[in-house]
Design a protein around this ligand. Structure first.
Ligand SMILES: [Zn+2]
Length: 292
């Protein structure tokens, strides 16, 4: 394992210690999932669903999930999903996809999405695209991502995603924890990633901040995203979006995304989506009042 890149979700589970808390959570989720009604999925809303990886043993579950969700949802592009929320034109259940960190197997994820006409935005870190040196990747994965050594997309593969109709967004140069960075570090990083992605990909609009919870971000960071030229900003806080009372400005929209791991029990994945739909609220469109 020490000189090999991870290829299966199973290896990831083995690399992380299974905690009692994790096991209790799984049992509790299964109980909740049993009581969750799929009728909530018929509710008109936009659900942003995001992944990190589709390893070999996750390909079939991803295929099954898309097949299942496709029955109740229309799959739309990330850009269209944002537009629907901003303009308040959500008339049925919609799902858009995204993926963070730019792992090489995102290409396989896109291939599976293509089969279902599903579209997504791939949030990449330009500082690691195309790097192949094992030791360097292992260090980056262990120290920054808390992940086993993995392979990442090349610029050619990023281009392939675009050719298939997917979008490319920024996730900072090297997966920066914005809450811990200075205003200058943040502004410099935003400007650099924006300029690299614009050169490499033609256009760039979307940003998703690393680690994804509100406490990994800041109002300084949020302003810097839009100052650099990005037009949307995404979190990894769970929730879905419904029509606002009046059309919104993109800079005010707090995009919520649901983290999905295909190695999880399918009932748990669905439970999160059902729960979002059930609790759909206008509040989700905005940052919390105490966000600083
Ligand atoms: Zn990330």
């Amino acid at each position: 394992m020490d000189d090999k890149f991870i290829t299966k979700y199973q290896e990831l589970q083995h690399s992380k210690k299974r905690t009692v808390r994790g096991m209790v959570r799984d049992v509790a989720l299964t109980g909740l999932a049993l009581g969750a009604s799929e009728k909530y999925l018929d509710k008109p809303r936009v659900q942003f669903l995001y992944i990190h990886h589709i390893f070999k043993d996750e390909e079939k579950p991803f295929d099954l999930l898309l097949k299942k969700l496709g029955r109740q949802h229309e799959f739309i592009s990330y850009n269209d999903a944002v537009e629907k929320v901003l303009s308040g034109t959500i008339d049925r259940p919609y799902i858009t996809f995204s993926s963070d960190d730019g792992l090489k197997n995102n290409l396989k994820a896109a291939e599976i999405m293509n089969e279902y006409g599903a579209k997504g935005c791939f949030f990449i870190n330009p500082g690691i695209v195309g790097v192949t040196d094992f030791e360097r990747l292992k260090r980056y994965c262990t120290e920054i991502l808390d992940f086993p050594a993995a392979e990442f997309l090349t610029w050619e593969e990023v281009g392939q995603l675009q050719k298939w109709g997917h979008e490319i967004g920024s996730h900072t140069m090297m997966h920066m924890n914005i809450a811990k960075a200075s205003a200058k570090e943040i502004a410099d990083d935003m400007a650099e990633t924006f300029s690299i992605l614009k050169d490499r990909c033609g256009t760039v609009k979307h940003f998703a901040f690393p680690f994804g919870r509100f406490f990994h971000f800041s109002e300084t960071g949020r302003k810097a995203v839009f100052d650099a030229g990005f037009t949307t900003c995404a979190t990894a806080e769970r929730g879905c979006h419904i029509n606002p009372e009046a059309p919104m400005n993109a800079a005010d929209l707090c995009i919520r995304r649901d983290h999905t791991v295909l190695g999880w029990d399918m009932r748990h994945i669905l439970y999160f989506l059902i729960n979002n739909a059930k609790r759909a609220s206008l509040i989700n469109n905005f940052y919390p009042a105490d966000f600083k």
